[in-house]
Design a protein around this ligand. Structure first.
Ligand SMILES: [Mg+2]
Length: 272
């Protein structure tokens, strides 16, 4: 029998979305019921995503359209984490962003001094920081500019290390980690990743909510981001097998999650 005490004692749950609550537009069974039940169980929740191609406000709309309860304070993205990180660690820095228009506007809302326009055009010859996002609007000019600045010593930050973004029908999209691999090959520079699994994601949320990391539980389908962020931050982790990870990958993992469940439906059964 599994002892679920540590899981049931958690006050805040951080949910990955793709592969955990839904895939594409297909919502997993029991996912909405779980989210609707959490407040009555005395639990808070945040939808936590490494996807910086959309802004926080876009996620609020998307989650509501899929039928999930969601307020603005229930969403935290790697793009928002980058905005906070820049303000804390590189205040007033000039920044070149290689990302989507949505990420661009997100960083603007944090007051970040961006040297480029929404399309990635810039007249600047040097910048303090290059930020790479999951850029679904990528054009060659952005790669060329980013490489130029990185070779001249700009700090290299990236929203998330994911190689691919999962899609329905076994398709994937090249994600931020793959774009960064290209830039690393071209510039010889390695990025610092701000999103999961960097513990920064949990630490910032702990600061915002006043809840200790040990009372925070990360729920997700990917070992090297969703589970690793909890392990790096001293939080509790639940791996669901409804997405990327199968039993073989779990068996080969060096650090195991605290709990493993088939899907969020079973998480609901444990918590209620
Ligand atoms: Mg996922």
């Amino acid at each position: 029998m599994t002892d679920y005490t540590k899981l049931r004692d958690c006050e805040l749950f951080l949910f990955d979305m793709d592969g955990t609550l839904y895939l594409g537009d297909q919502v997993y069974e029991g996912a909405i019921a779980l989210m609707e039940a959490l407040p009555a169980l005395g639990k808070r929740y945040i939808y936590l995503t490494n996807n910086s191609s959309r802004a926080g406000a876009d996620y609020v709309q998307r989650l509501r359209r899929l039928g999930f309860p969601c307020q603005e304070e229930n969403v935290f993205t790697s793009g928002m984490a980058v905005g906070q990180y820049l303000n804390q660690n590189h205040p007033d820095a000039s920044v070149y962003l290689a990302g989507t228009r949505a990420f661009y506007r997100e960083l603007q809302s944090y007051g970040i001094r961006l040297v480029n326009d929404e399309e990635g055009h810039t007249q600047a010859d040097r910048v303090d920081v290059v930020v790479q996002g999951f850029d679904t609007e990528l054009v060659y000019e952005k790669l060329e500019r980013a490489c130029h600045f990185l070779r001249r010593g700009a700090v290299f930050l990236a929203a998330n290390p994911d190689w691919v973004c999962p899609m329905p029908d076994d398709e994937v999209l090249p994600d931020c980690g793959s774009i960064c691999a290209l830039l690393t090959a071209a510039s010889g520079r390695e990025p610092r990743y701000i999103g999961k699994p960097d513990r920064n994601m949990v630490d910032v949320i702990s600061q915002m909510t006043g809840i200790d990391n040990r009372k925070i539980c990360a729920v997700g389908d990917r070992l090297y981001t969703d589970i690793a962020v909890a392990q790096n931050a001293g939080a509790v982790s639940v791996l669901v097998l409804s997405g990327e990870t199968d039993q073989r990958m779990l068996a080969e993992a060096q650090r195991k999650p605290d709990y493993v469940l088939p899907s969020v439906k079973e998480l609901y059964e444990v918590l209620k």
